[in-house]
Design a protein. Structure first.
Ligand SMILES: C=C(O[C@@H]1C=C(C(=O)O)C=C[C@H]1O)C(=O)O
Length: 365
């Protein structure tokens, strides 16, 4: 045996030993999580016990990122632990997660990034269908897109909160990389039409103008639908992400064609239960004010006075009348914090309506 082979043999023996230890430890962890579930059931007999605790999971992942010794990056280590927690939780009851489908959308990628792969992900055709599925209890949680760094807010999602009783339970951000995709049978020169979702066409507008000028762009209901069509219709291409490319067996003609390299979409996790404080939280509210001078100032002043940072404010037309507005506001902090509770109580006195959409951990992954 050569020196190289001897050394490799030793290292592989060590890896085998370490793998055995990792497996034993993961199994011990899984048994602990099972015991947590038993304790929750014992102390809440007959209740519909929520095993999943978003604030606790956020704390676990944050600690992993902070204490990770390397050489793996904190993100990578947290991703591995995300999957371990997901598998442990699924021992009790795999969660059903409704998302804006079809299979292969960025929303599905966001759902799996947030919950890990040991969930049942349920594709639905529209944002309001995702809300209904969670409201009815058919799904435990839902995942919907809310804003994109290039294209702005997804108004349909914001407007759903005006009428829905659901809470925001979490957020997850996903870097969005778009590719120009076609089936193996389609040659580049034959492409006469490019399918994609409206948002994605907008996110790649400059690239398309510079590189595929004059080719028809056809908006469809999702990127996954675009990929499905490109797979079926010769002479067409799709703009979509890796998941859709893989699902429909498409080849990449050009990769990462989004105009802005930091192109990111933020998704919300919606559920029926409020989430407790995790130590690093955000909150969202909807407020409608009386239409009088200084109304917006009056709304924002208490936040400023108490040093609460707003992370987003968005204006939407109110469903109740022409030229009436509803403000959608995200800010730092949890509604159970006294300072936040005080500001919200003040706003409640002045507002026509204040709807608390929820407090939730700042996205960790
Ligand atoms: C174990 C618990 O239940 C679930 C599983 C977790 C885990 O595997 O670490 C964390 C939070 C919950 O989603 C718990 O509440 O601590």
């Amino acid at each position: 045996m050569s020196d190289e082979q001897t050394k490799l043999g030793e290292l592989r023996d060590r890896i085998d030993g370490i793998d055995q230890q990792i497996m034993d430890l993961i199994s011990a962890r899984a048994r602990c999580a099972q015991e947590v579930a038993e304790v929750k059931m014992t102390y809440n007999p007959g209740a519909d016990v929520f095993f999943y605790r978003p604030e606790r999971e956020a704390q676990v992942l944050r600690r992993i990122k902070e204490q990770n010794p390397g050489p793996l990056s904190g993100e990578e280590m947290a991703r591995l632990f995300r999957e371990i927690m997901s598998a442990c939780l699924a021992l009790e009851k795999p969660m059903h997660i409704a998302f804006l489908g079809p299979a292969g959308t960025f929303t599905q990628a966001a759902a799996l990034k947030h919950f890990g792969h040991s969930v049942v992900s349920v594709p639905l055709a529209a944002i309001d269908a995702v809300f209904r599925e969670v409201e009815s209890g058919s799904a435990h949680y839902g995942v919907v897109p809310v804003e994109n760094s290039t294209e702005g807010m997804i108004n349909h999602t914001l407007d759903m909160f005006m009428s829905s009783p659901l809470k925001i339970c979490g957020e997850v951000q996903l870097r969005i990389h778009h590719h120009l995709l076609a089936s193996a049978e389609t040659r580049e020169g034959e492409i006469h039409r490019i399918y994609s979702h409206q948002q994605s066409l907008a996110q790649c507008r400059q690239w398309l103008d510079a590189n595929r000028f004059g080719i028809e762009r056809v908006p469809v209901s999702s990127n996954a639908e675009a990929a499905r069509r490109a797979a079926e219709e010769p002479g067409t291409a799709a703009i979509a992400g890796d998941m859709a490319a893989e699902l429909y067996g498409l080849e990449k003609l050009a990769g990462n064609i989004e105009d802005r390299p930091d192109n990111t979409t933020r998704f919300l996790i919606i559920g029926r239960e409020s989430v407790g404080p995790s130590g690093n939280d955000k909150s969202s509210i909807l407020v409608s004010m009386r239409n009088k001078p200084g109304a917006l100032y009056q709304l924002l002043e208490p936040f400023h006075r108490d040093g609460i940072s707003l992370t987003r404010i968005e204006t939407r037309p109110s469903p109740s009348g022409t030229w009436a507005y509803v403000f959608y506001i995200d800010f730092e902090g949890h509604m159970e914090e006294p300072k936040v509770a005080k500001v919200l109580a003040e706003i409640d006195e002045e507002a026509v309506e204040l709807k608390r959409l929820g407090s939730y951990p700042v996205g960790v992954l």
